[in-house]
Design a protein around this ligand. Sequence first.
Ligand code: URP
Ligand code: ZN
Ligand code: ZN
Length: 459
Amino acid sequence: MPLLVKNARIVTATADYTADIYCERDTITRIDRTIDQWTLPPCDILDAAGLITFPGFIDPHVHVHLPFMGTFAKDTWASASRAALLGGTTTLVEMICPARTDDPVSACDLWRSKARESICDYSFHMGVTRFDDRTPAGLKQIVDSGITSFKVFLAYKGALGIDDRELFETLRLARELGVVVAAHCENQELVALLQHQLLAVGKTGPEWHEPSRPPYVEASGVHHLCAFAEATGARIYIVHTSCKPAIEEARRAAATGVRVDVEAVIPHLVLDRSYAERPNFDGAKYVMSPPLREKHHQEFLWRSLAAGDVATVATDHAPFDFATQKSMGKDDFTKIPNGIPSIEDRVNLLYTRGVREGRIDLHTLVRVASTNPARILGLSTKGDIAVGLDADLCLYDPDHRAVISAKSHAMQTDYSAFEGFEIKGRPRHVVRRGEIVVRDAALVASPSPGRLAPRIRTG
Ligand code: URP
Ligand code: ZN
Ligand code: ZN
């Protein structure tokens, strides 16, 4: 049934105005100051008065099916997409993460089959964890099927990390195919050496995770990637950038013509290193890579978002239970599965800590959490509210007050990294391709499945 959204205060990356929005099938077909419902065929109606109507939010970096560090991340696509929609996110981009010995095309098929139970729309970054003579043919096939970004790890040496020859070949192929390359940037050799040094003197707790990967380790990784991007002409997207030196490296490269965009993630914006120093192994809940940083880096990240030096905010959702999974690293911080669950919390935290506390404005919120992810990753039907685009809408209630807790979240993990954080706002209704999927902050019964979102090549 068509949908009419009445009295919408529409906020996009560039505009703020009031209008009615009419959606037929998947698409926005009319936006007018007033659309009279009696001139229309029978339709659903949502009254958006008092709410802010944003484009559906896009999370450009999540992990759902993730075999990693001897275990599997906790979510299924059913659970992750439910949590995402409740948090206002209508599109997820997940990393396909094959082991070095896996065939890329089979991995792609496996990840795509898992995502069939998603109720969000979705796409993928194709993880390149090995590059040999057979790799280009497989990657071309994957790109032709609509997955128009690669992802590489300059980290996790001996597992997902690739060497310099593989990095060069991947970037060269990406340039040839016109796709963007997302990259986790750290100096993996240095990480391994620092980890060894710390463990050798009995520094085994989660509080030593950050010292094993200090800011210069990340900046070195960014510098390294940018040099390879300069050599190949590839377009790069640096994920989960956590600190000032890393952002400055990217800015320097951009100034010399490297095509680089920078992503921040919500944990780095609202949590700092002291969380990973909490006693009794509680700090393990906050172990992710790059690590949580000293507080001053947070304000630098916020300022960089406002200034446009950081283009996007993702979650890097990577959920592991505290009791049974984080505990794998009880005697050795290098064995704590890296990752923080946050797929449900990104928009509420960006709004509360960013907009309400005056660090960013509403347009920046939309730009970094919807419009720029769509533009950088070529999600050509998403990221804005306009006639002809997908009818993905988040009708946000700025007056809602709540406290985040694992007791009430929809994510699968036994803890929340944001336990006790106040939020000042939440999505009241969420529309995905014209279908109301969240009504009055609750998922509707039996929403139709999400689909692989069409993408153009942006590399
Ligand atoms: O700690 C993190 N970030 N875990 C997920 C895997 C990755 O590096 O993106
Ligand atoms: Zn990463
Ligand atoms: Zn990640």
